[in-house]
Design a protein around this ligand. Sequence first.
Ligand code: PEP
Ligand code: MG
Length: 884
Amino acid sequence: MAKKWVYLFSEGSADMRDLLGGKGAGCAEMTRAGLPVPPGFTITTEACNAYYDSGERFPDGMWEQAMDALKHVEGQTGKKLGDAANPLLVSVRSGAKFSMPGMMDTVLNLGLDPETVAGLAKLTDNPRFAYDAYRRFIQMFGKIVLDIAPELFEDQLEAAKQHSGSKTDADLDSDSLKTLVTTFKGIVKKETGEDFPDEPYKQLEQAIMAVFRSWNNSRAIAYRNNNNIPHSLGTAVNVQTMVFGNMGNDSGTGVAFTRDPSTGEKKLYGEYLLNAQGEDVVAGIRTPHHISEMEREVPRVYQQFAEIAQRLEQHYRDVQDMEFTIERGKLYMLQTRSGKRGADAAVKIAVDMVQEGLIDKQEAVMRVEAAQIDQLLHTRVDPNAKYKVIARGTNAAPGAATGQAVFTAATAEEWGKAGKRVILVRPKTDPEDYQGMIASQAILTSTGGATSHAAVVARGVGKPCVVGAEAIHVDEVAKRFSVDSVVVNEGDMITVNGTTGEVILGEVPMIPPEISSHLGQLLSWADDFRKLGVMANADYPRDSEKARELGAEGIGLCRTEHMFMEVDRLPIVQQMILAKDQDTRQRCLDKLLEFQRQDFIGILRVMHGLPVTIRLIDPPLHEFLPSYEELLVEVTTLRCTNGDPKRLKEREELLDEVAQMREANPMLGLRGCRLAILFPGITEMQVRAIFEAACILQKEGVEVHPEIMIPLVGHVNELRIERDKLEKVAKAVMQEQGVSVDYKFGTMIEIPRACLVANQIAEYAEFFSFGTNDLTQMGFGFSRDDAEGKFLLKYVEDGILPFNPFQTLDRDGVGELMRIAIERAKTTRPDIKLGICGEHGGDPASIELCHELGLTYVSCSPFRVPVARLAAAQAALTKGEKDR
Ligand code: PEP
Ligand code: MG
């Protein structure tokens, strides 16, 4: 039997998303549940892939199956495609497994030709409506299927309005629309060399192909890359009976969520327009009305809609995003799908649904994307700040941001890439603007509502967004916008507050985010499920405080050299490095000891009761000296200009010192434990400072657990020598102070060789912390400082690497080195404590790998601690599910 490529809505179900796409599966499920869905059928995602596999041809049997399904739909509706007396019109819509809002194409009103349009005019007794549908169809088909520049049609539409003195499209009468149809057909002929296809079956065939092709348009590809959606999924095509929301004031169309997708509040949220088609709402051309007004305008339909919405949410046990149309007082459901929501809403909805008994805690923890809660910790406008609000719009995506106003997506992208903070200001956004939107700090539009393209995309990517700020007049050509007498030009600073909907002139004081009670609840459930500990990378008491507040269970990495960089210490560090004799060097070290002791007292006090892993100095010493190149320029200039001889001599000497210390490959040079072995005074001073601090605090009754971490060990002897030497210092201090401190000695594992000899190294280390920044650098042989700028991003763009390995752990290579290290270390020390402190410690996918490898903890920057807590729980729950 031939493969089944086509499913009637009545043959599908919600669990067939892979095959039918989200939209197809949603329509099928609603049809089965007896909801009013316009009849239709779905051509599968497999058919799309087969279409590509066979060189852009329909697979065998697909078209015949589509024709059978069409006959069925004709039977259900009593209408026929191409029948002048009672024409069936259909929409042809894309619909992939994962929603890709606005990224792919749709054709509406298909089936119109010179005869059916006349039939439709007669049947509806509304020629204006029929010819409006026809001109929209030619316009859409021309753009999507025939690839004709949309402006060619839009310009003519504008001209027709001017000619007839119409203000909006809706004011054009049927004669003007008839003329427009002829004009549009002329455009098609001119641009393609062929007549517009009047044969409805031909139209259908071409439209299906165009939707298949839209899977691979550039914005769809970019969207999938940005959202990690595999390119191999393909899109389904839904062919569905058209219903019309533009048949008068008893008709309309809308989009609504069962809960507010921005705040999570449990109430219907969305917009509708009477006497309009779906595209009018989504495209933001007319500003729609809030759904609550529908209760007043069309109360009976509203009641029915509210009941269906409630039923759908209970059925799917999740927020639904629904599209509906009212045709002459009759409600039709066109789509339901899980509603995309902002991070705030995701957390509140998950927690509320547990409290409502709709889902359990595990499900709540799994429902919120770990990376998404990063946004929750978003910056807000300081409530005490005074500022000038120049306009207000709909608060479409939370958070606030300041940046330079730009008026095209291309500029946003260009300036964004150059490191500028920009805010994209547009009348409305289109799918073409996507790349510019993600390069911006925030998005502002003067039209459109909370379900417009700008709003949906901004929420998805976590950018603050204000839409429908109607008071602003955007002049795209002059690159400026104005509100009353205020004019904002390209490059001027503005602030957009997506939480309140305010548009503000200039910069505004912001405050860092805090954890809401809902997030606190969700994270505490996550803590119950996770096996991994979560620690923070923090170098200062204030960072440690933040880390603790966000739930860190200790410090996993304190990079001590950062303390050397502070202005009051750097001159002493430089003096120490350049010292000609031991006495001078020791005097400097003694001064530094004072500083470091205070630093450690600060951190250990904040982290009382919790482990604090202190990594001894790592970078090469010349990093603390002025740059060789700058010195060379200065010396040369002084020489050429006969400058101050004293200064010249001093700079020449310094240049000489720096030149001696220069290395061709500093990352592979005299750093980490190698430096400590050659200049023992520095790490001895550091360990003395740590233990003096610990003893002082312990005497005060503060519980301390310092863990000394030795970096860049590649050979066991390096660690053995260092540990022996430093533990002697530790013991001496404890003896002097008469205090015994609970401490550990361990090492970073960040050199591939160390992984292979981990069994030897584990003899001298009570803990390992994987330094995956260096391990990735040395595992791949990619310079950390150069690769990203030079070739790595291209590698990712071209698919040579699936992702940036400095962001997400490379499971097969670096992950394998870790696995070997763990396995071998445990043969020597079965209870060894294992952590990770590279940047990967805050990345959800890497955290999943860390869980699988059986690490004790992950350590990441303080603001990523909540993300890591949630990701660690999700890793444990996913693994539990897999093992079951
Ligand atoms: C690492 O290499 O992963 C690490 C944490 O150390 P640093 O980034 O300081 O080299
Ligand atoms: Mg390192």
